[in-house]
Design a protein around this ligand. Structure first.
Ligand code: ADP
Ligand code: MG
Length: 568
């Protein structure tokens, strides 16, 4: 039986393509520019291997030409161009990617960084255009062709006049409507913004003529006049809009701290330098570069619902996602930065990833990296770490408690608690290092403030005997400790727990037993008077200047308060 070919209804398919793949119309420019970059890459590569064009790397460029009168946006490149046949195949068949083909033919070549692969990006321009002309002349050809289409109805191809090798894409923008102002794509600021946002790291210059102005010199006499207004001359000047080489792809030895700091401040609208810059390049199953920043201050909306954690995700220098949440655990949500990888399998709109596996792998490594960098800061620059902890200690403690304490172990060396003896926040490791020889537990006490805890009758004896006590002043603190349960095999124990594990001498034990026995009736009477509000009343050896205190078993009063306050 002869196998029949599926027939795609191209008109419907194109319609689908144009209207359902992308969530964001503005990405059309990213797609057209990426194609131009691919085309230049191909020509560059071809010339490298065959020799010939007389062009050097600096001669390659992409131009963006908005024309408000004609309502056109033109994107030109001096890349490889297309023959008539290639026009038919690449722009006439949906989902045919000349770039993917090129990539697989030249797989071994290390430094080509072709972006295209799905063969649909070009059609995204129909989201904003009512007519598209592609004028192109292939490298090595004498004839140029013009492809034209108004969308679903089809296209025409004719020969045309074009001197230079390369391609010119002329988009006639749709008419503005109430909801959609397509003319925005002719505005300088908007084009600048889009190039910066999506195509900043395209490796070839993206140039545009931009308006500049100079002050017209005026005589002193004129300036003195009451109605003097400064006059400006405006003129056009060509400017390169993209940075081309991403900071994170530059040789580390060429990048100064100041470069990183400026990059951070510009990109994240912060006035202060970051507390820490983490720049890494990782090779392996998934090769990527990451550039991460720990802010010096708490971002203004960090503790609000509007705050969204995440890192920017780039694929070969092209922005894919602005906030990829999966790249950061919640407790490192304050970290800003980006990840760039060539190894991501993107979905067809290049707006999302096809599978999380790669992202998960990167996320895991990034988490480890942030942890180790913070540990490094803690060891080498404690003052800085204290400052960091003041800002972001709380999310770390929440991180220990969240998800049933799954991450408590990972965070245990980063968290700190106020210490009764050191009068500042200390790590568990530091506490354990100072523990007395016979000390069984890590003691902590909970209260509203450090002052209040300091006055608690329960901790008086501990302090008196020279034990160090950690003060828990945030609601989450005790939950964080409970999630961890132990540090270095030492259990945490609330100072108000009945059993503090402090051995009394045989004598003292006997004495207190005898005293309890002696006062049995009094204790029972007090318990009865409290009428079921307490479990037991005992004579305590713990008190010194206070007559009475509460003690608990397992769960502290503070914790009970928090639990009770939570909505059921
Ligand atoms: P993709 O870039 O994923 O391959 P596109 O729909 O964006 O898909 O483009 C389809 C094909 O058209 C490209 O693979 C390329 O062969 C060709 N093409 C598009 N734009 C240009 C250009 N400016 N110069 C040369 N060829 C181009
Ligand atoms: Mg493309």
């Amino acid at each position: 039986m002869a196998k029949k070919q599926f027939q795609a209804e191209s008109k419907r398919l194109l319609d689908l393509m144009i209207h359902s793949i992308y969530t964001n119309k503005e990405i059309f420019l990213r797609e057209i520019v990426s194609n131009a970059s691919d085309a230049i890459d191909k020509r560059y590569f071809k010339n490298m291997s065959e020799g010939g064009s007389g062009l050097s790397r600096e001669d390659y460029a992409i131009h963006i030409i908005p024309d408000k009168e004609a309502r056109t946006l033109t994107i030109t490149d001096n890349g490889i161009g297309m023959t008539q046949e290639e026009l038919e195949e690449n722009l006439g068949i949906i989902a045919n990617s000349g770039s993917l083909e090129f990539k697989s033919e030249h797989e071994a070549q290390e430094d080509i960084d072709i972006i295209g692969q799905f063969g649909v990006g070009f059609y995204s321009a129909f989201m904003v255009s009512k007519d598209i002309k592609v004028r192109t002349k292939a490298d090595g050809s004498d004839v140029a062709y013009e492809w034209e289409s108004e969308g679903a109805e089809g296209y025409t191809i004719e020969t045309c006049d074009k001197d230079e090798v390369g391609t010119e894409i002329i988009l006639t923008l749709m008419d503005d409507t109430e909801d959609e102002k397509y003319s925005q794509y002719l505005e300088e600021y908007r084009l600048r913004e889009l190039i910066k946002r999506y195509s900043d790291y395209i490796r070839y210059p993206i140039k545009m003529e931009v308006e500049k102005s100079t002050l017209v010199e005026a005589s002193e006499e004129e300036k003195a006049k009451e109605d003097y207004e400064p006059q400006y001359d405006t003129y056009l000047e060509e400017e390169t809009l993209n940075s081309m080489v991403p900071l994170w792809k530059k040789n580390k030895s060429e990048v100064t701290d100041e470069d990183y700091n400026n990059f951070y401040k510009e990109k994240y609208y912060d006035y202060t330098d970051p507390a820490k810059v983490i720049a890494t390049h990782v090779e392996g199953v998934c090769t990527y570069d990451a550039l991460l920043f720990i802010p010096s201050n708490v971002p203004y909306n960090y503790f609000s619902k509007e705050f969204k954690k995440g890192l920017q995700l780039y694929s070969s220098g092209v922005l894919i996602m602005d906030k990829c949440e999966d790249l950061l655990p919640d407790y490192f949500g304050f970290v800003r930065g980006l990840v760039d990888s060539q190894d991501l399998s993107l979905n067809i709109s290049r707006e999302m990833l096809q599978q999380d596996r790669q992202v998960m792998a990167i996320a895991q490594r990034i988490e480890k990296k942030i942890t180790s960098e913070l540990m490094d800061m803690q060891k080498k620059d404690r003052e800085k770490y204290d400052e960091f902890y003041k800002n972001f200690g709380l999310p770390l403690k929440f991180g220990m408690y969240e998800n049933y304490g799954m991450n408590a172990d990972k965070l245990k060396d980063l968290v700190m608690f106020y210490s009764s003896s050191e009068k500042k926040a200390v790590t568990f490791a530091e506490y354990v290092g100072r523990m007395k020889e016979d000390q069984k537990y890590i003691y902590y006490a909970c209260g509203d403030s450090i002052e209040k805890i300091g006055k608690m009758p329960q901790i008086e004896m501990l302090l008196d005997q020279g034990y160090e006590v950690l003060y828990c002043t945030d609601d989450v603190d005790e939950f964080a400790l409970k999630s961890l349960m132990k540090y270095d095999e030492k259990e945490f124990r609330s100072a108000s727990d009945d059993d503090l594990g402090i051995e009394q001498s045989e004598e003292a034990k006997k004495e207190s037993e005898a005293k309890n026995e002696e006062n049995k009736d009094l204790m029972t009477a007090i318990k009865d008077a409290l009428d079921g509000k307490v479990n037991a009343v005992k004579l305590s050896t713990r008190l010194k200047s206070h007559p009475v205190c509460f003690s608990t078993e397992g769960i502290s009063l503070e914790m009970e308060k928090v639990l009770n306050a939570q909505p059921m």
